[in-house]
Design a protein around this ligand. Structure first.
Ligand code: GLP
Length: 240
């Protein structure tokens, strides 16, 4: 596990971008695993800036997103597909046919999970971006999720619901469940790029890096992956 600590938001984005661009330059038909949340925004800003200034093309890039809320219309500004369009896809030349994200509005949620898992099984994700929840979750894999899990539906914990309430007008609007890539599928990516910033992530970051490998802290599973880069700001790194 390589741990990099950024001194500013700009450096945070630049360090993350540096890991991404190496992969995209070495294989313009690569597969990227993407994440939502406020943490990866500096990375997406850097990708959009580079695309505008240097013309890096994403025409042949395929993407897989980690998760999506259940029951939120795709057009809702807080759906993860809307988030991705706004923060990245509309700012680069990606072909939306190559974008994969679980469909949280599927009539048959179990069939949707199987469909997504089957796509992931055929894919080979070159780099997977991850954030971390204040309780150590990765994607929406909450504490207690088995390490070999595949795409599944989760009931969000009260902590995650209240953490995510800042994006909605009231806490009652936060969806109570979501579809998430499983931990087993995340771990199949060739490289993992975990990003964390802010004081409220410091305990989760400590447990991920220094704690025991346990489903109590889903992110601790990263200790078992051979190629992980962790990028932190100073507050998220204060306990390690
Ligand atoms: C949500 C997402 C996670 C993300 C986490 C942290 O729960 N499902 O993938 O890592 O939020 O979000 P933020 O980066 O906004 O702190």
């Amino acid at each position: 596990m390589r741990i990099l600590i950024a001194q500013s938001t700009e450096e945070f984005g630049a360090l993350a971008f540096n890991e991404m661009i190496k992969i995209i330059k070495s294989n313009p038909s690569c597969t990227l695993g993407l994440a939502t949340g406020s943490t990866p925004i500096p990375l997406y800003d850097a990708m959009a800036k580079d695309h505008a200034e240097n013309g890096t093309s994403y025409k042949n890039v395929t993407t897989f997103n980690l998760d999506e809320y259940v029951g939120l219309p795709k057009e809702h500004p807080e759906s993860y597909i809307s988030f991705m369009k706004k923060n990245l896809f509309s700012r680069i030349d990606i072909d939306m046919k190559n974008v994969n994200i679980p469909n949280g509005q599927a009539d048959d949620i179990a069939a949707e999970c199987k469909r997504y898992s089957a796509l992931l099984e055929k894919a080979s994700v070159d780099i997977q971006v991850l954030g971390i929840g204040g309780n150590g979750h990765i994607a929406f894999n909450e504490p207690g999720t088995p390490f070999d899990s595949k795409t599944h539906r989760v009931q969000l914990t009260q902590k995650t619901i209240s953490d995510n309430a800042r994006f909605f007008s009231t806490i009652d609007e936060v969806p109570k469940s979501a579809l998430t890539m499983g931990i087993g599928e995340i771990m199949r990516a060739k490289k993992l790029l975990l990003l964390a910033n802010g004081k409220n992530k410091a305990d989760a970051v400590y447990n991920m890096i220094k704690g025991p490998v346990t489903t109590d802290c889903p992110a601790s599973v990263l200790q078992n992956h051979p190629d992980v880069v962790v990028i932190l700001d100073q507050s998220a790194a204060e306990k390690i």
